[in-house]
Design a protein around this ligand. Structure first.
Ligand code: DX5
Ligand code: ZN
Length: 221
């Protein structure tokens, strides 16, 4: 499967979002949008209004990462705003299968996100209900944090669980991904790479995405 590059808007210049969207339009496979509520994570970012405003300036598929408490309550709003993929945190949702079904019923792909300390076994009864797993390689809340390498074996473990069950679930990795760490996660089974500071922190966004892509080319069939 081809590896997809998903630049995270969190590290973009929020005073010129339309320009930032244009800068990644041709080199990215998806656009990753980080939604934070100041409750589940210690930071506040964007909501459905900004997602909708961005929608008018991009043809990329929108991958909304909900780092919010009670995410189920907001799924309809993000679907309406134009999200194509929505992930909810395992740690934040008491009725996980119901939330995932709501996302799928709305025509988007449903993801389960897990924090670095959350074990792979948490996904035992969730894998059949989702389209992708978002494995955090930093504790969520901020861009530019250091990649937590001890999480890599967990990616491999989840990949094995998916293969053993013959499922078509993809693994997305988020946090500290750059040209150095991307080969580690792709080697462990990830096919979607989120990169915030490694793309929007560079002057040439296209070259930054290309260098991550080159670093993983040929690693997977
Ligand atoms: C962090 C967010 C990430 C963030 C990653 O909580 O979920 O998507 O943008 O930023 P980098 O790639 O800089 O670690
Ligand atoms: Zn994210």
């Amino acid at each position: 499967m081809n590896v997809k590059i998903a630049p995270s808007l969190l590290s973009a210049d929020f005073s010129m979002l339309a320009d930032e969207l244009r800068a990644v339009e041709s080199g990215a496979d998806l656009l990753h949008l980080d939604v934070m509520d100041g409750h589940f994570v210690p930071n506040i970012t964007i909501g459905p209004m900004i997602v909708k405003a961005c929608r008018a300036h991009s043809r990329l598929r929108f991958d909304c990462h909900l780092m919010i408490s009670n995410p189920q309550q907001y799924i309809a709003a993000f679907l309406e705003a134009g999200a194509n993929m929505i992930s909810v945190h395992f740690e934040a949702e008491a009725h996980l299968q119901r939330a995932l079904q709501l996302i799928r019923d709305g025509g988007a792909l449903a993801g389960v996100a897990i924090n670095p300390a959350t074990p792979a076994e948490s996904l035992t009864t969730a894998l059949e209900f989702c389209d992708y797993v978002l494995v955090m390689t930093v504790n969520p809340g901020f861009g530019g944090q250091t990649f937590l390498e001890p999480v890599v074996p967990k990616i491999r473990q989840i990949s094995r669980m998916i293969t053993d069950r013959g499922l078509a679930v993809e693994i997305e990795v988020d946090g500290g991904v750059d040209a150095r760490t991307a080969p580690l996660v792709v080697g462990a089974g990830a096919t979607i790479l989120v990169a915030g500071s490694a793309v929007f922190g560079k002057n040439d966004r296209s070259a930054a995405m290309q260098s991550i892509r080159s670093a993983v080319t040929g690693l997977r069939a």
